[in-house]
Design a protein around this ligand. Structure first.
Ligand code: ADP
Ligand code: MG
Length: 390
């Protein structure tokens, strides 16, 4: 454990003790993520390739045997929330507490014994920036309860339960990528994940050793229509799969794409969605091949291709994200793309180490010139997935 995560664990445990009057049984951490490639494929049974950020949600947790669930976040100015596990019901809670409470609900609904908990958490994952602060919150709570109650669940099983918590309890129709990334990523690796069966392969991804860097540019905008648009894209993908007679768009082979598009006739919107998903799955496989062949720089153009597809076919980009990508590439970056659901949030930029200052400056200046809020730029190093800290 790094010195800083020991320090964070200590301060979260200390705050727990101040709140509840006794020391926690343990402290756990779960990271946010960025997705290297494979966007809007995870609800089409396709491929994704996220890696974990060093930013984590950290939770100090103790069991209770009286059916009470107490929740507190250092990042929300609200007193301790006190809930009853028996009374947890989907859809009612519109506050942040729905994420951890939803995890308790999902575990219990799946038949696991969880008789209550005291939880205090703090997170360094920026919320609403497309970096999966919500999954970090869910996974850290799920892992803590898994350990404390001896449930014996594996990372991918915890991810499925967390997704169910977010889909049903919180009411957000998200795919499985974020929770699996937070639960299963490994330091120094990207996670090649098949979202159909959750089979996975850890792909070494150590850019620093090759003289490159990956920057995250958080645009600090979130366009308000994003949720409705996400739902429409999902419905369009389901319609495409139904029209093509397949279970999911993942089943449309890349070399059968033209024929599939021809079959969709004048369904223009569905055609665009299908083209994005099928080509994006293929891009993930190409990125995996290139990384495994040690040809890391060659993934740059595929990132840009992915962005173009998200902008023009899937139509989930926005002016701020396009500006990051266009400016970074013009300033010499190897590649760039939006990451996460879109309509704001973050973009990633792959660049030679020596080009990082010029690329960063160019993006910041372009944002100023366009009158946008100044973006937050930081370097992302593939970090560890969810783990117990103490
Ligand atoms: P993202 O997952 O991309 O960051 P979401 O909208 O899915 O964005 O999740 C953000 C929500 O997660 C916040 O609105 C809040 O309810 C919850 N959340 C995230 N981090 C924290 C935190 N540290 N404390 C309390 N709630 C949090
Ligand atoms: Mg989220």
């Amino acid at each position: 454990m790094s010195e800083s995560s020991a320090a964070v664990a200590g301060s979260v445990a200390e705050r727990f003790e101040q709140l509840y009057g006794f020391a926690p049984e343990g402290v756990w951490a779960a990271p946010g993520r960025v997705n290297l490639i494979g966007e809007h494929t995870d609800y089409n049974d396709g491929f994704v390739m996220p890696f974990a950020l060093p930013h984590t949600a950290v939770a100090a947790v103790s069991r209770r045997d009286d059916g009470v669930l107490r929740l507190h976040s250092a990042d929300v100015s609200a007193p301790v929330a006190e809930l009853t596990v028996d009374a947890l019901a989907p859809g009612a809670d519109k506050r942040w507490t729905a994420y951890p409470a939803g995890v308790v609900w999902a575990l219990r609904e799946a038949g696991h014994t969880v008789t209550g908990a005291d939880i205090h958490l703090a997170s360094s994952v920026p919320a609403g920036a497309g970096l999966s602060s919500s999954a970090a919150l869910e996974v850290v709570v799920a892992l803590a309860l898994n350990d404390l109650y001896g449930l014996g669940l594996r990372g991918w099983q915890l991810a499925r339960l967390c997704q169910r918590a977010e889909n049903v309890y919180v009411g957000a129709p998200v795919g499985i990528m974020d929770q699996t990334a937070s639960a299963c990523c490994e330091s120094g690796h990207a996670l090649f994940l098949d979202t159909r069966d959750l089979s996975q392969r850890q792909i070494p991804f150590d850019l620093a050793a090759e003289g490159m860097r990956l920057l995250v540019v958080d645009t600090r905008v979130k366009h308000s229509h994003s949720e409705g648009e996400y739902g429409r894209r999902r419905e369009g993908c389901e319609k495409g799969a139904a029209l093509l007679g397949v279970d999911a768009l993942r089943d449309v082979p890349y070399d059968g794409l033209d024929a599939a598009l021809a079959r969709l006739g004048d369904e223009d919107e569905v055609r665009r969605l299908v083209r994005h998903v099928v080509t994006e799955d293929q891009r993930v496989e190409r990125v995996v091949s290139l990384l495994e062949a040690g040809d890391t720089r060659a993934i740059g153009p595929l990132l840009v291709e992915g962005h173009t597809s998200l902008r023009d076919d899937f139509r989930v980009s926005c002016p701020e994200l396009d500006l990051v990508v266009d400016t970074a590439v013009a300033a010499g970056a190897l590649g760039a793309r939006m990451t996460g659901g879109g309509f704001g949030g973050s973009a990633i930029v792959l660049a030679e180490e020596t080009d990082v200052p010029a690329v960063t400056k160019a993006v910041e200046e372009a944002f100023t010139a366009a009158g946008h809020k100044s973006p937050r730029v930081f370097e992302a190093v593939p970090a560890a997935g969810a783990r117990r800290l103490r």
